[in-house]
Ligand binder design. Structure first.
Ligand code: DQA
Length: 147
C-alpha cells in the first residue's frame, strides 16, 4: 500500500511560521514522523510540498495508478481552490484532509473548505500528530476496501 502526503503553501516554513498556530517542529520533523508511522503501519508514504496550486493538481492527477490513497494539507488553497477539489473528485483516490490548526475556529474566511466534500475524512486541530491520524484513517479505509 502506497500513499502520498501532499502539503501546500508555506508548510515548508513549519517551525518558523506562526508557532502559536503551527508549533515549533519543522517540515523535516514532520516528514520523519510520517516515515516512522508508515513503517509501523507497513505501508510506504511519499511526502511532497509545493507553494503552487497547479503543482498540487498535477500531483493529484499523477497519483492515478501509483498511489492507493492521499493525505493532503492544501494549506491556504483549502479555502480557495475548486481546482484541487475537482482533481480529487476526478481521480477518485481515497483522500483525507488534514490541518495542523483548526481552521474552523480561526478567521471567517478559513471556515470554508472546498476539498472537504471530496474527502473520506478530515483531521484538524491536532498539530503534526494529526497527519499520523490521517494516515491511520486512510489505511483502515483502504483495508476495508481490499478485504
Ligand atoms: C492550515 C490552515 C490554513 O487555514 C492555513 O492557510 C495554512 C495551514 C493548517 O494546517 O492548519 O496554511 O491548513
Amino acid at each position: 500500500m502506497h500513499i502520498l502526503v501532499l502539503n501546500g503553501p508555506n508548510l515548508n516554513l513549519l517551525g518558523v511560521r506562526e508557532p502559536e498556530h503551527y508549533g515549533t517542529q519543522t517540515y523535516a520533523d514532520l516528514t520523519a514522523m510520517i516515515a516512522q508511522e508508515a513503517e509501523s503501519l507497513g505501508i510506504t508514504a511519499e511526502c511532497r510540498q509545493t507553494n503552487h496550486e497547479g503543482t498540487l493538481v498535477d500531483w493529484i492527477q499523477e497519483a492515478r495508478g501509483t498511489a492507493d490513497g492521499i493525505v493532503i494539507n492544501p494549506a491556504a488553497y483549502t479555502h480557495t481552490s475548486v481546482a484541487i477539489l475537482d482533481a480529487v473528485k476526478a481521480v477518485q483516490i481515497p483522500t483525507v484532509e488534514v490541518h495542523i490548526s483548526d481552521p474552523d475556529t480561526r478567521d471567517e474566511f478559513r471556515k470554508i473548505s472546498y476539498i472537504r466534500a471530496a474527502c473520506i475524512g478530515t483531521v484538524k486541530g491536532k498539530g503534526l500528530p494529526g497527519y499520523l491520524e490521517a494516515m491511520r484513517t486512510l489505511k483502515a479505509y483502504l483495508d476495508t476496501r481490499t478485504t
